[in-house]
Design a protein around this ligand. Structure first.
Ligand SMILES: Cc1cc2nc3c(=O)[nH]c(=O)nc-3n(C[C@H](O)[C@H](O)[C@H](O)COP(=O)(O)O)c2cc1C
Length: 281
């Protein structure tokens, strides 16, 4: 997943597909194989896929549509955003254009006992058709989505995550040593209010995928905690947090250490210079 970093800057929502290009059988097979190698956010949620001709759906773009089916367990929408964004990025590396397509409809509402969730439009692209200058992509000012100077290198990457109607519902708070990720219920969007939580949950999963690729690329080790959507206040819903640690690998030698400290590692945070956290194994 972490080798996808460069694709963050190349990907874009493909809306114009060149009809003279077509995905080969080998490419379709490669996509199918890739689908079952993507990393889940939530381990025990069963996902299934169908790749169908676009004409079998209401989608107006692309040669094919990837229909995504899932078990409806806690955080299943977050999981779908996280998993399928890896595919979106990987496809950019293969010059396959894609667009998340929330407004698409299919009559195939069930597959192998799982419920339909969302589709992505797919089709062959040319490398020149992908994003050339990511800084020109329309995104909110950084101050709106990120509350701090810390991790600004990460912030300046993850802000380019795609979202339904470009609503960018993510709000990030760096507090103490954590990066806390929230979903704003007030993010502007053309989606009818009743459907927003659905699409914004997928958006947030996409954002977590970007976060993890960017954090790793910048050399941050982290632990992730996913929440079940508890409200922080009227506007914000807690989605996840990252605790960023970087290991100093300082281990007290048996001679120096007091007896109780056998097996204690000290782990320092990059952002609280002199503070040390001790973990007892
Ligand atoms: C969950 C989701 C649903 C989307 N649904 C649609 C859609 O129905 N039609 C469409 O043209 N674009 C759709 N998009 C694409 C967004 O409009 C697009 O990601 C956003 O405007 C940012 O542009 P970019 O992807 O080119 O960076 C969707 C994106 C997401 C993440």
């Amino acid at each position: 997943m972490h080798d996808l970093y460069d694709m963050i800057f190349k990907r874009k929502s493909f809306r114009r597909f060149d009809d003279t290009l077509s995905l080969s059988n080998e490419e379709l097979q490669k996509i199918e194989e890739k689908l079952y190698k993507l990393s889940p956010l939530v381990d025990d949620i069963n996902l299934k896929y169908q790749i169908v001709k676009r004409e079998k759906t209401t989608c107006k773009r692309g040669e094919y549509c990837l229909l995504v089916y899932s078990e409806k367990k806690e955080n299943y929408l977050l999981n779908i955003g996280y998993v399928l964004e890896q595919l979106d990025l990987w496809m950019a590396s293969e010059n396959i254009g894609a667009c998340w397509y929330g407004m698409g409809k299919t009559t195939e509402q069930q597959y192998d006992g799982l419920d339909y969730v969302i589709m992505l439009a797919l089709g062959k692209g040319r490398s020149v058709e992908f994003r050339k200058d990511y800084t020109k992509a329309k995104r909110k000012e950084l101050e709106i989505i990120w509350n701090d100077e810390r991790f600004v290198d990460v912030a300046n990457v993850v802000r380019y995550a795609p979202s339904s109607c470009n609503s960018q519902p993510w709000r990030v708070f760096c507090e103490d040593d954590d990066i806390q990720i929230y979903c704003s219920t007030k993010a502007r969007s053309m989606i009818p209010e009743g459907r927003r939580p659905y699409y914004n949950s997928i958006d947030m999963g996409i954002f977590l995928c970007f976060m993890e690729i960017a954090l790793k690329n910048k050399g941050y080790e982290f632990k992730r905690m996913v929440y079940a959507g508890q409200k922080k206040d009227e506007e914000l819903i807690a989605v996840a947090d990252y605790r960023e640690f970087y290991k100093l690998f300082v281990k007290y030698s048996a001679a120096k250490a007091p007896p109780a400290s056998n097996g204690i590692f000290f782990v320092a945070s990059r952002h609280i210079e002199a503070r040390l956290f001790a973990f007892v194994f």
